[in-house]
Design a binder for this molecule. Structure first.
Ligand code: ATP
Length: 487
């Protein structure tokens, strides 16, 4: 649909874009990215016939752009510029109708039924139809942006050029505009070439991206290739981190604010408090967590950690909501809290602080074994939910990678299973050595301050401490619970 070869151009002899080559297929949503002043708008102006070329060629549907007559080009290509403005006062419908200019025939440019129906259709699509008879100047910036989009769509173009189309639009209109454009590319074969400032939106919606830097192509390719962490850091000269989108396979980039990770406060045993109802650790700042808590599960940032005692007959039917209410009643905001439950008597908790070379670890374990299961034979058990009986908390004073979080869970689980074996805890149904209990929970929480800890497997210094600490604390907690049962 669009083929660009070694395009060079700019203003008054000064070259702003240099040696740009790429092509866009019919039905693609193609994003152009780059920092301020990198030449995005200039490139778009050249591709829409507004600026002449100093060198190179560009073809739309195989025909050189400069060979198109203005009206002929307007039937194939439409543009939504960055700052649309008009001096005269028009209504919304009149403004959208201007988009039909290229399709009107004859000297007197008669308005046909088709013109009318296209204008009505695009006003509906962009949801500006309720303002059809309002003066354009009476609309908000976002509403006006949608009117100009409707005007571009009224041209019924095969290729649509957009300069930051989501500018001025609120979140819901950004999403609805991009969902609509994406649908048109797929269903109607519309080709869209759009400038984006929001790299995450571009990564989410575009089939391919072109990244400009100082008027030249820095990278062209799939979103995941172009939005590479080091590349974006260097081109935009800012601290960012790349992570996967939580529900679709698209990259997401997050800004890292300066100064947020300063300071060297460590999590230690003095932050723990105990009562018969719950064990609490209140951190002075949010910790990055990976957990299977009833509240706060998955990955996140939390500063309160609550292990709550519940009766063995606790009704688990709506345990998440009940737990949230419980946390609120003690002034723990659920969004800031990882909450776990256990039927274990909390006095039998075991905790210990371990010093590593350039990091430290606090382990806290509550363990009862009435509910023990051999994981390799768990199909012999019924599947009813019971409150967890071994809850393991591992706090790390250090900066963990995602990999280290997962390895820490593996290491802690292996250490717990070894503790069950060393304490000869049996699965009461199968009679074999148990590896845990049926609803155990785990938390790995790190300050993300101090030394970087890339790995937590059993051979690493962090893994060695987690393994030893979880094993020791679990054995002691099981011992205490047995002594209580025997007394
Ligand atoms: N009409 C103009 N006359 C002369 N120079 C211009 C003109 N318009 C833009 N420039 C210059 O061309 C360079 C590229 O501008 P352009 O608008 O293409 O960048 P951009 O990547 O779209 O930036 P932004 O993200 O800020 O919109 C800038 O240095 C700018 O000052």
């Amino acid at each position: 649909m669009l083929n660009v070869q070694q395009l060079t151009g700019g203003y008054s002899g000064e070259k702003v874009v240099n040696d740009i080559s790429f092509s866009v297929n019919k039905g693609e949503l193609f994003g152009i990215l780059g920092p301020n002043g990198s030449g995005k708008t200039t490139l778009l102006k050249m591709l829409t016939g507004i600026l002449p070329f100093a060198g190179g060629k560009a073809y739309i549907k195989g025909k050189p752009i400069e060979e198109y007559k203005l009206k002929e080009l307007a039937k194939v290509a439409a543009i939504l510029p960055q700052h649309s403005s008009q001096t005269f006062s028009f209504t919304v419908k009149e403004t959208v109708s201007l988009g039909r200019y290229a399709h009107q025939k004859g000297l007197f440019q008669t308005w046909t039924e088709e013109d009318e129906s296209v204008v009505m259709e695009v006003m509906k699509q962009t949801e500006v139809d309720p303002f059809a008879h309002h003066d354009l100047n009476e609309l908000s910036g976002g509403e006006r942006q949608r009117v100009y989009l409707a005007q571009a769509l009224a041209q019924k173009p095969e290729i649509l050029f957009l300069d930051e189309p989501t500018n001025h639009l609120d979140l819901s209109f950004q999403k609805s505009l991009l969902d609509t454009l994406k649908r048109w590319t797929k269903e109607q074969g519309l080709t869209v070439v759009s400038i984006f400032h929001d790299l995450n939106l571009a990564g989410l919606y575009c089939d391919r991206l072109l990244l400009l830097e100082n008027g030249k192509i820095q990278k062209e390719g799939l979103p995941d290739e172009v939005l590479e962490e080091d590349r974006i850091r260097s081109v935009y000269r800012t601290k960012i981190m790349k992570q996967p989108h939580p529900s679709v396979p698209a990259p997401q980039l997050v800004l890292l604010p300066e100064g947020e990770t300063e300071g060297d406060l460590s999590i230690n045993e003095s932050m723990l408090s105990f009562s018969l109802e719950h064990i609490v650790l209140k951190a002075p700042f949010p910790l990055k967590t990976m957990s299977s808590g009833v509240v706060g599960s998955g990955t996140g940032w939390h500063k309160n950690f609550v292990n709550r005692h519940v009766d063995r007959r606790y009704d688990c039917s709506d345990h998440r909501n009940e737990m949230r209410e419980y946390l609120r009643s003690y002034n723990f905001e659920p969004v800031e809290t990882v909450g776990m439950m256990t039927a274990v008597i909390l006095e039998d908790v075991c905790h210990h602080f371990y010093e590593g070379s350039n990091f430290s670890v606090l382990v806290v374990v509550t363990a009862g074994v009435g509910n023990s299961v051999d994981a390799s034979k768990s199909d012999a058990h019924s599947s009813g939910m019971k409150p967890g009986t071994i809850n393991t908390w591992v706090f790390v004073n250090g900066v963990l990678t995602e990999e280290a979080y997962i390895q820490a869970i593996v290491t802690a689980s292996e250490a717990k299973a070894k503790a069950m074996s060393d304490m000869e805890v049996k699965d009461l149904i199968t009679g074999t050595i148990a590896t845990g209990t049926s609803t155990d929970s785990i938390l790995i929480a790190a300050t993300q301050r101090g030394s970087g800890l890339d790995y937590a497997g059993t051979i690493t210094s962090l893994g060695k401490i987690i393994g030893k600490g979880v094993h020791e604390c679990t054995c002691r907690a099981i011992q205490k619970s047995r002594e209580r049962a025997g007394s």
